[in-house]
Structures are given as structure tokens and as C-alpha cells.
Design a protein. Sequence first.
Length: 284
Amino acid sequence: MQLIESHKVLSLKKPIRLQDYGVGIFSTNPTKSGLKKAIKKGLVFVDGEIASTALFIVGNETIEFFQSEENKKEFDFDLKVLFEDDFLAIIYKPAGIVVSGNSFATIDNALFQNIKKSTQSDAVKPRPVHRLDYPTSGLLLIGKTNSSIIALNKLFENKEIQKTYHAVSIGKMEESGTIDFPVDDKKTLTHFKVLKTVSSERFGFLNLVQLSPKTGRKHQLRKHLASLGNPILGDKQYYLDNLILNGKGLYLHASTLQFVHPITKENLCVSENLPKKFKKIFPH
């Protein structure tokens, strides 16, 4: 068996059954029914012992989720690895593929053949520590050990990972600014800067926009640009009437990740060039 995820239980006010407490703590097995099946198959351990569905969690335990070798999914898909060491990796996710989920064709299922197994004692199956939307291309951060995954999640929580995106927006825009339009009734913040603008017969103007989100809500950048009246080219969810571009995908790219490596303390800044479809609009 291979260790997939590990979870440290905090102090609890009262005991709770494992199959109730464990719902949602493992990203690769988030549902109650899935967790119950895993427990019955002997794939869940508590403090090093095989757990049962009758077990109660009282606090401070370590819960580990394993995967049996025969159930291991491997999606044969080549990924571009931009950085890798024994603790983490940064890969390029093409547009048009999901990061993880119930389908077989996911980045998660392609990591095994593209990422080297860590030699650390707490090595786990490499897995993404954040998400990019299905139509978005760009950089994706991968954790390779339990300690690095916990540390990377903490960096995200503390907003210590700087992400830069590039998008092509529709219509005339201010040269730069800040968007604080609420998303899902929560505070959000995105800084933007227009790098280039070209005239377009169909769309009026198209802009190459650099985006620096300071919060991380679902579809934040797409909603923020749409709130200005400048939706992202190719967006079929947040758009202006009669200005939908079909067949080219979404023009949104996660171009740079910058942070201090949580284990080695190295300053990392990894970037990936804009996709070809961007360069067709802005060739220089």
C-alpha cells in the first residue's frame, strides 16, 4: 500500500465517530460513503493501527489514508515539469484538463509517471495543493511529502504565495487599477495592469492584462474582469451578449508562482511563457 494523505486531529470537545469526522479531510476521498468503503478495505489507519467504522476519534490522533497498489490509477499523459526537488514540484497544466476529480483523465492521475517519488520518510503520492479551472492553463504546485503539503497549504492560507496571471480581456480598459468586487459575498482583491491593447473588428479592443490576485475565490479573476465590463476572451460563463468567442478556449493563463520554499527556504520564482493563442493576438 502507498500513503496518500495524512491528517493530524486537533483537540476535540467530545468524541466523534471516525466516519463522521473524516468527511472532507482527504481531498482524494472526500465523501462519507467513500471514506466508509476505504475503512472497510483496511486503507485507513489511526495512530498506526487499522481503523474500523466503530472507532471514535477523541483528539490528537494521526489519521492516514492509503491506496492499494491494484487500485492505483495512472493516466498516460506527459506533463512539463518546470521545477522539482524531493519535497515539491511545479508543473504546467494545459488548458482543457481537470486537476482532480472523479474522471480518469486528470492531472492528479498523470503525476505518478511524471514526478519522481520522494526519498523522504514522509513521502506520499504526489498531489496538487491548489486548483486551476478546467479551461485555464498555467503553473500548478505539487506536494511530494506530507510535511511539505501541510507547509504549502499554510503558505496559501497566509497569502505567502504570489500568483501572477495573464488574460486577454474585451473592450477599452483603464491602464491599471484594483478590483474589490465581492465574490460569493466575500471580500476579494485583484490588482490589474494592461500591458498591451490592440483594436479588433469584432470586439472593439483586446487587452493583454496582468493580474495579481490577493485573495483566492472561485472564478475570482473571471468575475472581477466581467464586473468591469471587460470579460475574458473565450469565457462562456461570464460574458457580454454577442461577444462570445467559440472554439478557442478561455484566454486565462497562470504564468508565475513566487514563494519561499517551506523546507529549503530557497526563494522560488517560476514562470511559463504565454500560450501560442495569446501570441497570435499579441505577437510582440
